[in-house]
Design a protein around this ligand. Structure first.
Ligand code: COA
Length: 150
């Protein structure tokens, strides 16, 4: 598997990106402001993430997603470690990530990769999304913010 930057002019894997965030407009915004990386296996794009500069010395890992039939094989972890290495190379000092209070697997994964919880953006998903989101039998209301010093 290789992880590479999306080529200039290459179509972004929009369905994959929407797996991570159902808001088309937010995804478009992230693509405009950030750099998109894809994981490719046998010429098929199976994973994606966007690295988004936010504040001085800080980047956010947004829109990470792995094709459903390729999940739970370590690809998500490889994408996260790729993003951390890239952020280090670019001299960022902090990498952040956010996920829903109901995203139990994602919260496990990010903490396994070293991220620590730094805060809660209460009602983020109520404020920014029209549709009710439910995962693991829990309504997604708050954004859990995590970060890693690099
Ligand atoms: N409890 C404990 N650990 C859990 C867990 C749970 N409920 N669910 C998942 N995990 C752990 C796995 O055990 C594994 O850790 P391990 O390597 O120590 O065994 C890790 O999380 C999953 O790692 P990996 O296989 O690398 O992840 P993946 O390739 O399946 O990708 C996502 C992870 C989140 C990118 C993928 O599930 C996805 O695309 N989801 C839909 C989009 C999405 O939600 N994106 C994130 C938005 S914030």
């Amino acid at each position: 598997m290789i992880i590479r930057k999306l080529y200039q002019g290459e179509k972004s894997p929009i369905n994959l990106l929407l797996l991570a965030d159902p808001s088309h407009s937010l995804v478009e915004e992230y693509l405009k402001r950030g750099e998109c990386y894809v994981a490719e296996l046998d010429n098929q794009i199976v994973g994606v993430y966007v690295l988004l500069p936010t504040r001085p010395e800080t980047v956010e890992l947004v829109n990470i997603a792995v094709e459903e039939s390729f999940q739970n094989r370590g690809i998500g972890k490889q994408l996260i470690f790729h993003a951390i290495q890239l952020a280090k190379l670019k001299d960022y000092k902090t990498i952040e990530i956010g996920t829903g209070n109901s995203s139990i697997g994602q919260l496990a994964l990010y903490q396994k990769c070293g991220f620590r919880i730094t805060g809660v953006d209460q009602n983020f998903f109520i404020r920014h999304y029209n549709q009710k989101i439910v995962e693991n039998g829990i309504q997604c209301k708050d954004m859990i913010r995590l970060s890693l010093e690099i």
